[in-house]
Design a binder for this molecule. Structure first.
Ligand code: ZN
Ligand code: ZN
Length: 523
């Protein structure tokens, strides 16, 4: 599927491994094609209803995917190409055996007879578009239509990118400029059909919307790369493309980092896309709720082996989801990060500014900290089930001279095995307060800090590792609720995710210094 342009870029990287990473990312809306439906019905501008077959939609998918791999082709460019192919051939690969008998030997969807025209875009060998063999290849025709410096016919016949000012033209006029036809209205008639095809075929796969629908509120927002491992090389917004010199819009922020540097999920969420294709190369998209708002984040250019999650996976902030690579339209190892408030199909905003607005500040330089995904116990496995018997029977508390329930002792045993560096204090009398500590159903944990001293740095990372482990395994461990970093999470209200803790007034009551965990009573 990769065109010659991308292959040449790959060679360039091999010859010059020290090249400073520069991103060449996709402008406009995501052009990642999802499952192709068996049919699609749409209405033309003239009010005619047409139904497209799976075969026609497969050609449309080729046009969208090829466009996604060509620098400078955006949502508008793909729409124009779909309008042209709908008008010229009805999205069919037409042979023309009257003029070229051999054209019938290539896979086709029927025979046409217009001059010496062939294929999806009805390109003519006699006009210099290509040989019969070239033009009976839908991908070749599509690349010829888009044109540009990487196109097969550059600079003539002109493709869309070779038409000066095509982005400012009416789409019908732009289509007819490439096709050298006198009838822009013919193309305009198919604009609504082209738009329906594009939105349907690039709709995020339904697998990501399965289950609960709305994601629970995230615990926190984090920077996606370990401190001290990266350099920001390209900001969000308009830029001059480093290779083509053309003006384009950069929909993400680029962070150059060594090949293999871990990439972390910036927030709790669910993976909607994890795939290896198109201009993004490796692509992970995650759906989140942050401050009550739906938002999608996207991470691009990992190698195929550097994608560590699958669509449908639930992830936590700081989880190691992939490794920095240089696949797709990329000239050196970097993370291209996108943020789209509203979900994967919405417009991108400045990812770096969004991270800063949500407290995930960029830490450059400093030590090469392991980062949240490498916090102690981040890979702690699944705990054992409660062994059986009465979970409410009182037993000796290993952390005090008091007694705790058998359920809490089980949590303590599993927790200290998985996180040997955590410090636990469970039973305490607490006269005059409402708490499960005197009932033997709660523990307070610290992580190398002391009570009264907010957890920061490695202590904060370690605290989150334990907290996420308890939350993920709450059912098995009998965890009823958690309080940590002025937030509360309870199993009964899991669909809401983390909620603000309303009672904190100082470091300790805000639980900035310790994790409080309560286990349930009963079985
Ligand atoms: Zn980028
Ligand atoms: Zn407590």
């Amino acid at each position: 599927m990769f065109g010659p342009t991308v292959i040449l870029l790959g060679v360039g990287v091999l010859l010059n491994p020290a090249a400073r990473a520069e991103a060449t990312c996709l402008p406009g809306t995501s052009l990642v094609v999802g499952p192709v439906p068996d049919s699609l019905t749409a209405t033309t501008r003239n009010g005619e209803t047409i139904t497209l077959s799976r075969q026609q939609l497969t050609h449309a998918a080729t046009i969208i995917t090829a466009g996604s791999q060509i620098e400078g082709i955006n949502h508008r460019g793909v729409t124009i190409a779909l309008m042209a192919a709908l008008t010229e051939s009805g999205l069919r690969m037409l042979s023309n055996t009257g003029t070229y008998p051999e054209s019938g030997e290539y896979p086709n969807d029927g025979d046409g007879s217009d001059h010496d025209s062939l294929g999806l875009f009805q390109m003519r060998p006699q006009s210099g578009w290509g040989t019969v063999a070239d033009l009976m290849d839908p991908t070749y025709q599509t690349r010829a239509f888009y044109g540009g410096p990487g196109g097969p016919n550059y600079p003539s016949p002109r493709g869309l990118l070779d038409i000066p000012g095509w982005e400012q033209m009416d789409p019908g006029e732009a289509a007819q400029a490439v096709e050298v036809s006198a009838y822009p209205d013919r193309y305009r008639n198919y604009q609504p059909v082209a738009e329906t095809i594009l939105s349907t075929l690039t709709r995020p796969s339904s697998s990501g919307d399965g289950g609960a629908g709305v994601m629970p509120e995230t615990s926190r927002v984090l920077f996606p790369l370990p401190e001290g491992t990266w350099v920001k090389t390209s900001d969000f917004g308009p830029r001059i493309h480093p290779i083509t010199g053309q003006q384009s819009v950069h929909t993400g922020t680029d962070y150059a980092a060594s090949d293999g540097t871990p990439i972390y999920a910036v927030a709790d969420g669910r993976v909607t896309t994890a795939e290896f294709s198109g201009g993004y190369g490796g692509l992970i998209v995650i759906d989140h709720t942050v401050a009550g708002q739906r938002v999608a984040t996207a991470y691009a250019h990992m190698w195929e082996t550097g994608i560590h999650v699958q669509a449908g996976d639930t992830v936590t902030a700081g989880q190691h989801i992939g490794d920095v690579g240089s696949s797709g339209n990329s000239t050196g190892p970097h993370l291209h990060l996108e943020v789209r408030p509203g979900g994967p199909g919405s417009e991108a905003i400045d990812a770096a500014a969004w991270l800063a607005d949500h407290g995930a500040t960029e830490h450059e330089g400093g030590d090469n900290g392991a980062g949240p995904g490498c916090a102690p116990g981040a890979d702690a496995g699944t705990p054992e089930e409660f062994p059986g018997g009465n979970p409410d029977v009182m037993v000796d508390d290993p952390t005090s001279s008091g007694q705790i329930t058998a359920r809490l002792l089980h949590l303590h045993t599993q927790g200290t095995a998985a996180f040997p560096d955590s410090s636990w204090a469970c039973y305490s009398p607490r006269p005059g307060t409402v708490s499960e500590h005197p009932l033997g159903r709660a523990c307070d944990l610290t992580f190398g800090n002391t009570i009264g001293q907010a957890a920061t740095g490695p202590a904060l990372d370690a605290g989150w590792a334990v907290t996420n482990w308890m939350k993920t395994n709450a059912e098995t461990l009998g965890v009823e609720y958690l309080i940590w970093q002025n937030q509360i999470w309870s199993l009964a209200r899991d669909t809401e995710g983390w909620r603000p803790y309303e009672h904190g007034t100082d470091v300790t009551t805000r639980h900035d210094d310790h994790l409080h965990v309560t286990v349930r009573s009963g079985s």
